[in-house]
Design a protein around this ligand. Structure first.
Ligand SMILES: [Zn+2]
Length: 134
């Protein structure tokens, strides 16, 4: 069985999506402060919901929070104390700019890179293409 057939099988076995009016919910980070560090315990799950590579979201958070960090298994470790409110604000910003279609507001999108820094958000639902600005 090739990869595409496998995906079709996986999608076929998922419960059917509710009506298209359903609002996408940005996942909430389960952040835990440990000493001078902050651990996002459900980082992998967040990336899966957003359908983005953990490395991409990690890079975005390091830059937006101006904090260095490392990925550890399915978790993200930030090298300083960051409130969960701020982390969730940044994940919300990422979803707005890198996941949710600017035209139809659905999360069924992918990102195409052009050159070193230009990125285009492509919507699988309505076909809109918009530049990723952040
Ligand atoms: Zn769209």
């Amino acid at each position: 069985m090739n990869y595409e057939n496998m995906l079709t099988e996986v999608y076929a076995s998922l419960p059917e999506k509710k009506s298209s009016g359903e609002r996408f919910e940005v996942p909430i980070a389960d952040a835990f402060i440990e000493g001078n560090k902050t651990l996002i315990r459900n980082f992998d799950a967040i990336c899966q919901t957003l359908r983005r590579k953990p490395a991409d979201l990690a890079k975005f958070l390091f830059r937006e929070l101006a904090v260095p960090g490392v990925m550890e298994g399915g978790r993200l470790l930030l090298q300083t104390k960051v409130s969960d409110r701020l982390i969730n604000e940044k994940i919300g910003l990422y979803a707005q700019t890198h996941v949710i279609c600017h035209e139809c507001h659905k999360p069924d999108t992918s990102i195409e890179s052009h050159g070193r820094s230009a990125k285009i958000l492509i919507c699988e639902a309505c076909g809109a293409r918009s530049p990723v600005l952040v």
